[in-house]
Write a new protein. Structure first.
Length: 488
């Protein structure tokens, strides 16, 4: 069969494609020309928060509410350390630990408070019985909003035990969760943000252009957020201020705006839509038909599809919450999914900076497998000779002695390779995060979070505006899946 030349001609190059940190990555093929409607979450999706200010605010207001519940005033001395935790960790409420789990439910790292849990202790705690790392005992740190509560949990566990206090670690987490939820629900956090939006929200001048490009290609855009009208209107007005000469205001960018959506229940429930005015007040009771260009609260997936005249795989939903936005929409519908993972930019930058080290690690892993196989063959050959000649005769047999020396040399080489791998893995972990390593990996495996991204997100990227680097009719193609036997 004649070989075909697939080289690009001179006038076709990939030089202008987005840099790695701004690309869209593909788990399942997605043809944008078949997408007729695109929905967007707001918080941490369209609206990118300045993480340090918003996390410190949530941390401090949660402490205030805990003290009001009867917790010691001494916890006011705690200082937020935004570098302590990363997304994708799991809180063990029963033991007061924060752990990192791989895709096989193996706990690779753990902290009790701020104290690392060693390997033997981790094995004793998490390898004696099969555990399901989900509710009620375990809570996943799966959004950026969850980072302050996980950090505060570790800080209070540490603070209490250092002072000799007795602590119900399960109740502590539930109290923190309730208090931070209340800080969001009662407007404590949102009032501060709305008082100085620029301090807490990044203004991205590419955002309006990105949405305009998508809408101009004939796609219907809708906003679907759990935030209320006042907060949504304030943030969206800030984000689009001065960047939309083609539109009267930010509302004009969308066919529909849905606030107070109560996700994930929106995807499975039957709550009716209620139209609201620009003051957030209801214009009558539940409506049977939603109309383009209007603002609604509540609602449900089926009515949204019916009113848009678009359904299933014709809809792409873009969000940041692996459970509330991506997993639930994927399980309850045929919607395609795009996950926004802000940390991806930093993770990719670090990956590129250590590209040589990562490549060498892959080579060493291959070398280890080869030496493992060789050692096993040598062991079998020694056993065969010993069985044929008997133990005493085998010991004085020259061939047996030669094979044994070869086996010992292989074992030494294997030991050296393993030590090299462990040393390099430690250095790489430190380069990505001194406590938790890579967000998407754990000891060579996908982390639990990394596996969820693979399982539930059709595509993923670091920010909404990355779509501006692609055609509105882009065919996002996933790499070929390979099983272990195909990687010979």
């Amino acid at each position: 069969m004649r070989e075909r030349n697939f080289e690009l001609p001179d006038f076709l190059t990939l030089a202008d494609r987005p840099p790695p940190s701004r690309r869209v990555f593909v788990n399942r093929n997605l043809r944008m020309d078949q997408i007729r409607a695109i929905g967007f979450d707001m918080d941490y999706t369209i609206a990118r928060y300045r993480r340090r200010p918003i996390e410190e605010l949530a941390y401090r207001l949660t402490i205030d509410k805990l003290v009001a519940r009867g917790y010691s005033e001494s916890i006011r001395s705690l200082v937020y350390d935004g570098s302590f935790v990363i997304r994708g960790l799991t809180v063990d409420k029963q033991l007061g630990n924060i752990i990192k789990v791989d895709r096989h439910n193996h706990v690779g790292r753990a902290f009790h408070g701020r104290t690392p849990v060693d390997k033997d202790k981790r094995r004793d705690l998490y390898r004696r019985e099969r555990l399901h790392f989900g509710p009620p005992r375990f809570a996943t740190v799966d959004t950026l909003f969850s980072l302050p509560e996980a950090c505060l949990y570790a800080d209070i566990v540490d603070h209490c035990e250092q002072s000799g206090g007795v602590l119900d670690t399960w109740k502590l987490y539930d109290d923190i969760r309730e208090c931070i939820d209340k800080a969001h629900a009662d407007g404590s956090i949102k009032r501060v943000v709305m008082g100085n939006i620029a301090e807490f929200i990044e203004h991205d001048p590419e955002l309006a252009r990105t949405l305009h490009k998508l809408r101009s290609s004939g796609k219907k855009l809708f906003l679907l957020t759990n935030s209320g009208w006042d907060y949504t209107h304030a943030l969206m007005s800030f984000l689009f201020s001065g960047d939309m000469p083609e539109y009267a205001d930010w509302l004009s960018c969308f066919e529909l705006v849905i606030v107070s959506a109560h996700k994930p229940a929106f995807f499975t429930g039957a709550e009716p839509f209620v139209e609201i005015d620009r003051e957030g007040q209801p214009l009558g009771g539940p409506v049977e038909n939603i109309v383009d260009g209007h603002v609604y609260r509540g609602g449900n997936l089926k009515e949204l599809e019916r009113s848009l005249g678009v359904m299933g795989e014709e809809i792409l939903y873009v969000g940041d919450h692996i459970y509330g936005d991506i997993l639930r929409s994927k399980k309850a519908s045929m919607w395609r999914t795009a996950l926004v993972i802000e940390e991806l930019e930093d993770e990719l930058d670090r990956t590129l900076a250590h590209e040589g080290e990562l490549a060498r690690l892959i080579e060493l892993e291959s070398r280890r497998r080869s030496l493992d196989d060789l050692a096993n063959v040598q062991r079998q050959n020694l056993s065969a000779i010993e069985k044929a000649l008997g133990s005493d005769q085998a010991r004085v047999n020259p061939e047996f002695d030669r094979l044994r020396r070869d086996r010992d040399q292989t074992k030494k080489l294997l030991k050296d390779v393993i030590a090299d791998i462990e040393e390099r893995e430690t250095r790489l972990d430190q380069a990505f995060h001194p406590r938790w390593g890579m967000v998407f990996k754990e000891s060579g495996e996908n982390s639990r979070f990394g596996e969820q991204v693979t399982d539930y997100a059709c595509i993923y990227t670091s920010r909404v505006t990355n779509f501006s680097g692609y055609s509105s009719h882009q065919y996002f193609r996933s790499p070929r899946d390979l099983m272990p036997h195909e990687r010979l």
